[in-house]
Write a protein that binds this ligand. Sequence first.
Ligand code: AHG
Ligand code: MN
Ligand code: MN
Ligand code: MN
Length: 332
Amino acid sequence: MSKIKTLGEFIIENQSSFPYSTGELSKLLNSLRLAAKMVNHEVNKAGLVDIIGGAGDVNAQGEDQQKLDVFANDKFIQAITNRDIACGIVSEEVDDFIAISGSNESNNGKYVVLMDPLDGSSNIDVNASVGTIFSVFRRITPVGTPVELKDFLQPGKDQIAAGYVIYGTSTMLVYSTGDGVNGFTLNPAIGSFYLSHPDIKIPKTGNIYSVNEGNYTHFPQGVKKYIKYCQQEEDERPYTSRYIGSLVSDFHRNMLKGGIYLYPNSTKNKEGKLRLLYEANPMAYITEQAGGKAISSNQRILDIVPSNIHQRIPFYCGSTEMIEKLESFLKN
Ligand code: AHG
Ligand code: MN
Ligand code: MN
Ligand code: MN
């Protein structure tokens, strides 16, 4: 049997393929890996300790924070700030961007990290899968100066890494640094992630559509027509409907099996619900790296120039042929 590679070994081996590699991105990925293990440990015992339920606060989005939202946020911020590699963080759970001051009080880090520390948090109380999403950019402002808002408002195509962790039946970390997508499964007995899904590719087409159909009446016409198309008896249709309500889980399933994920704008959520910087962008980057397609109402997600850090956006991603079919409905 050939030797199974750990995530740590994989990061070191692939370090030289990063442009301008100095090993710092590797260190950053290692700190995310560490925080993921801590959150995994907490999620796993969620029913046993006092970690289920609301934290009593409301975040920048007006959502009730769950205790695990707060825990995951703290752990990821700690892990990222512990090393002089990132100069700033945007988190779903924090109103403003966080400027990290390095050991000598200036910002020596080259990177900014944007994250959804716990995705799908409404699933925690019922023991369904949740996740973490992260996105990494090189800063625009010079190293050694304070990080600025513009460092975070870069279009998604300039990401240098993105990934997610899924705390599911097993826990996986899936990421890309611009050279394909690789998935690693945690062996909880040993506490190490192992390369289990090398070079993931999204099937060109599939038979799963994932959308919160309860909002159907509020969707744009084109989306309604596309959903009807998915349900029609013709060729390979009707498609199967699968929706967990945790982007990471819904995305992960469709990436492995082939499918389409939709979170449209609606008369209720005029901008859509998902956040561009730490939900849509990283997932779009992974989608494209895996050979799929990710769009908003009428453009590629990765081309959008953000205007604020908690900006929401209609989001559609998945198998290329399915997204192209959706586009034909959205155009009409
Ligand atoms: P979060 O838990 O990070 O706030 O994200 C919730 C998002 C996403 O995970 C999920 O796909 C979507 O909200 C579900 O929304 P609906 O319940 O409206 O379907
Ligand atoms: Mn939330
Ligand atoms: Mn989320
Ligand atoms: Mn979240």
